[in-house]
Design a protein. Sequence first.
Lengths: 189, 189
Amino acid sequence: MSEKRKQIIEAATKSFSLFGYKATTMDQVAKMANVGKGTIYTFFKSKEELLEEIVSSMICEIKHEADVAIDQRLSFKENVQRALQRIFTFRKEHELTIKLLQEVRDIGTPAVRDVMKRLDREMIAYIRGKIEEAMTKGEIRSCDPELTAFLMFKMYIALNVDWGKEHEPLSQQKIAELFDLYLLKGLSR
Amino acid sequence: MSEKRKQIIEAATKSFSLFGYKATTMDQVAKMANVGKGTIYTFFKSKEELLEEIVSSMICEIKHEADVAIDQRLSFKENVQRALQRIFTFRKEHELTIKLLQEVRDIGTPAVRDVMKRLDREMIAYIRGKIEEAMTKGEIRSCDPELTAFLMFKMYIALNVDWGKEHEPLSQQKIAELFDLYLLKGLSR
DNA sequence: AAAATGACTAAATGAACAAATCGGTCAATA
DNA sequence: TATTGACCGATTTGTTCATTTAGTCATTTT
């Protein structure tokens, strides 16, 4: 990949993380990347596409981290938990996701809202894949994989994000226990 | 209770339902209630308190409807489902809740946001009560009642509201099945 | 010739100001 | 005593206009 392209992505990522999408100007990105503004438009057709590409590679990164956390020798239950934990740890610790989620909450920038929705959808699709695998292997009883993945994801948001808004946040240990107690018990054979 | 007070509450409820909280003026309420504006302030110290009182009685109404749906001869599982179903049917069908939830989404009026948060908290508290009852009776295994009620509520929102945003909405029948399969299995003895 | 650039444009944003509206009060009224 | 609506300060809304910004393209650099 072109060196300039890399510089642009790096600069934009830094600026989006620091100031958010709306507050980042293309002039700013050009200056940080040490390129002319026109150059950006030879690689990306708009500011929005620049964001989309950055989030796309972030999605790949998250999936990769989740994949690494999975150990084929462990059970489906163990692995789905490990994957979800990685996904949500990423969300909570990466500057870019933190800033973008904040921007959706506070300003509701449509481009950012859309891209974060896609992130959620892709995470659910990822989990669905793991569920389908486990179903094929007969590790779990038959179920609607999309619906199950959706519920797992929503439950993780509830435990990781929503609960903490009005109570003492839960430890990862506790979240794992609860997830197992409430959701996975229903799937076991 | 004073006749005028009733008229005011009735008028405000109608106007909030029709136009939302923000778009309702106190002059409007006074006119609809056939009272002078000053009269409103002999019963309610502010517009916000008027909303709060209306929502408070709505909360009572919802709890009552849920109570009516409960049948002591049935199991905890049956009853908690019936109660939750009533709570969410109310949310989906009552003009006032529809309008206020819409207003929070679209405008984010702080007073409305606060009052709807309280509604959620009170519904969770209600469910917690039922869980504590069932635990005392030994109908379900021991668990953190607040956390369990919170998860039940979040799961019902996920199934009733969130799923429908990107998929074909689920029937009440299907929701009941899923709730049983995923959440209640973990609580049974 | 191909790649890179930054001055340029049209559209969007927001600062600043005026006008209208609204929540809440209280002296007058019934 | 209970009720009222004219009134007030604060907030919101509408408007104008200068600035900023995303995106283009003629020119320059390599």
